[in-house]
Each structure stands twice: as C-alpha cells, then as structure tokens.
Ligand binder design. Structure first.
Ligand SMILES: [Zn+2]
Length: 97
C-alpha cells in the first residue's frame, strides 16, 4: 500500500521504542502493527510529525527495492555547487588571477 506512504525525497529510519499499547497500520503492507512489537519508524525528511510505524521486514524490503532512500543517499543524487575550497583554488590557479 504505497499510497499511504508520505511523499518525501528521503527518509530517516529508526528503531521504534513505543510503550503505548496502540495499534498502527503499516504504510507498506497495510496490515496492523501492534506498537509493542519490534518495528521501525520512518520519518519523511526528518519531519517527525509525519512519521509512520512500519514492520521491520517491510522497511527492509522497501530499502532493498530502493523505495526508501536515506538522506545521505538522496544527497548523492543532487547536483552540488563547487565547494568554497574548489572556487578559491580555481581562482588562485587561473593565469589572470
Ligand atoms: Zn508491513
């Protein structure tokens, strides 16, 4: 049930530590998830207000399928401006400089 997944460019993933006797619904498989069972939290772009509880197996399967990029993985796909160091050294090396 990917329709229930929050829309985000990357996700923080962490082990859930929940002592509330609540039941959640896993956004991947749509099945029930007792809060007291071992599971994981996925946090879209670090926004804890939109976090979802999910089965550990479902999270791992989504990771394997490339559907749940971490922030570091997302950053690697982004074009980066040259670093300050690169700009400074490029200026120093230029003949007109
Ligand atoms: Zn699940």
């Amino acid at each position: 049930m990917l329709a229930a997944m929050p829309d985000a460019r990357w996700f923080a993933i962490r082990r859930a530590q929940n002592l509330k006797p609540a039941t959640y619904r896993c956004p991947f498989c749509g099945r029930r998830l007792p809060a007291l069972s071992e599971h994981m939290l996925i946090v879209p772009e670090g926004d804890s207000g939109r976090r979802r509880h999910a089965h550990s197996d479902c999270v791992l399967a989504a990771r394997r399928a490339g559907k749940l990029p971490t922030r570091a993985e997302w950053l690697q796909t982004q074009p980066r401006p040259p670093s300050l160091w690169r700009r400074v050294t490029a200026r120093l090396k230029s003949p007109s400089g």
